[in-house]
Ligand binder design. Structure first.
Ligand SMILES: Nc1ncnc2c1ncn2[C@@H]1O[C@H](COP(=O)(O)OP(=O)(O)OP(=O)(O)O)[C@@H](O)[C@H]1O
Ligand SMILES: [Mg+2]
Length: 481
């Protein structure tokens, strides 16, 4: 066996580890020849990839389930350094998400992983050519529809990165392209994924749950069916840089459970697990310091509640909810008068309000041609459009709540004068179909519950959020893996 570039002892140790993971000899040779040293979980995923050769073997292999587990590294190594070497003229499609992938770009990855694999990359075409005639097509997507450009052609291998960011439907569309006219090749799909995203529930059901049932953490032999799943977290990646690990460790709430620990049960239960009444609720502030920045946020409703907050930001950036108004079945005139009175009680003249944001519905034209916003304007309040992005809003909220148990101090507080908000936040649940979002929740007939206080507060919080880039409030945005 060629051992280019690797000391003999290290090579022997590597070969032993690969054998233990279930990799066949010629696969190990492919990696050794390319100078690619995969880690134990990555080797297990590659062993699973080889199971796809058998007529009754799996047709899909999933790898990862948390951030930083070496997913991207594994995917390229498996497709290019192993699969494409085994058969002349194979056609592979690699679908990667842009945004983060823009930075963690393919050329970086190619340099890091494929330095020992002869290949030529035509950047303009987005195609990687191998000497044996195998080709790897590189597809990038930002939104689902971007993928359609790559469909309709036949691919022997498809690798999807960040698969839970696609709907189950789109994954099925892609699957129809994964077919072959080569009798000696069995087509297969590989995917890497993190918990959360529109495809979370389906991916969990198709990959993670069968794996958990088999309790086959490391033993592939116990898994059966069409899929294999090899979990990996940052703990399985000794090559990750310490800063990235630190970013993961400083996450809070569902993001920590999902991205740091690979917990797929995030969809079950409370969203803001880091909320603590003792820490976040403060006594009413009698006198608002003159240098605090003040603004209002409104979530409109008629049968549902109209909820309004007076928010403030202190010099150190902390956000305070100072006053709350929540009523339903009222006309605008009455709300406006009531809110005027609230501002008066807090000694806040209108000119101190830097903004008054509201959800999009107040700007929708009604049958008489007017809008709710017009009515508020007639009563002296000029509403502007809030940033209503639910997922970035929820992420920003989570970040501001901090994490007392991890020593991360909150930067969001709710005064006792906002009892509905204090009640609402801890009662919010994950949306099972979009676990990184809060489940929508209507008030019942008796006016109990509902998410209107959260929506209004979220609009308010987003007023001072940093501007949404491609990844908005994602704390890992821009990380260079
Ligand atoms: N077998 C390996 N040999 C050398 N470096 C590796 C290996 N596996 C992973 N790495 C390095 O670890 C870092 C993180 O790996 P990678 O980007 O593949 O993880 P990921 O799971 O795709 O992360 P993310 O969740 O951020 O997309 C990268 O710098 C990568 O080059
Ligand atoms: Mg990656």
């Amino acid at each position: 066996m060629a051992a280019t570039g690797m000391a003999t002892n290290a090579t022997e140790r590597y070969i032993r580890a690969a054998k233990a993971a279930g990799c066949p000899r010629d696969q190990i040779e492919n990696f050794v020849r390319a100078g690619i040293v995969l880690q134990p979980r990555q080797l297990a995923a590659s062993a699973a990839a080889r199971l796809c050769d058998a007529p009754d073997g799996p047709i899909e292999v999933g790898y990862g389930g948390a951030r930083g587990g070496g997913k991207s590294h594994w995917g390229i190594a498996q497709v290019v350094a192993d699969d494409c070497q085994r058969h002349d003229g194979l056609k592979a499609l690699i679908l990667r998400k842009v945004g983060k992938a823009n930075r963690e770009n393919f050329e970086d990855l190619r340099r890091r992983v494929l330095f020992g694999v002869p290949n030529e990359y035509n950047r303009g075409e987005g195609v990687l050519y191998l000497p044996n005639g195998s080709r790897v097509f590189l597809g990038h997507f930002q939104k689902e529809s971007d993928i359609d450009a790559y469909l309709g052609i036949e691919y022997d291998i498809v690798l999807i990165e960040e698969a839970t960011t696609l709907t189950a439907r789109k994954r099925r569309d892609i699957q129809t392209c994964c077919r072959t006219s080569k009798p000696e090749w069995r087509p297969r799909m590989y995917s890497t994924a993190n918990p959360g995203g529109v495809g979370h529930a389906e991916y969990k059901q198709r990959f993670v749950a069968p794996h958990q049932v088999g309790k086959a953490i490391l033993s592939l032999g116990l898994q059966t069916g069409d899929t294999r799943f090899i979990p990996a977290t940052v703990d399985d990646n000794t090559f990750v840089n310490p800063e990235y690990r630190k970013v993961l460790d400083s996450l809070t709430g569902w993001q920590k459970r999902a991205w740091r620990y690979g917990d797929w049960d995030i969809a079950a239960g409370q969203f803001f697990t880091t909320w603590s009444r003792e820490r976040h609720v403060i006594p009413p502030i009698a006198e608002i310091p003159f240098d605090w920045r003040l603004w209002c946020a409104l979530d409109y409703g008629f049968t549902h509640y109209t909820v309004v907050y007076l928010l403030a930001q202190s010099g150190d950036g902390d956000i305070y909810h100072l006053a709350e108004h929540a009523e339903r079945g009222w006309l605008v005139e009455r709300h406006a008068a009531a809110w005027n009175a609230v501002l008066g009680r807090h000694g806040v003249p209108r000119w101190r309000l830097a903004a008054f944001v509201a959800g999009a519905d107040v700007f929708a034209k009604k049958h008489d041609g007017g809008t709710i916003a017009d009515q508020y304007r007639a009563h002296g309040f000029t509403l502007t459009a809030a940033n209503t992005d639910r997922i970035n809003g929820a992420a920003e909220y989570l970040k501001r709540l901090g994490d007392v148990s991890a020593g991360i101090r909150p930067t969001l507080y709710v005064s006792e004068s906002c009892p509905r908000l204090a009640e609402c936040i801890p009662s919010l649940q994950h949306d099972p179909h979009r676990p990184e979002d809060v489940l929508k929740w209507d008030t019942d007939e008796d006016g109990v519950g509902g998410d209107d206080p959260y929506d209004a507060s979220r609009y308010g919080v987003m007023v001072v959020a940093r501007p949404a880039s491609g990844y908005g409030a994602n704390p890992l945005a821009g990380y260079r893996g």
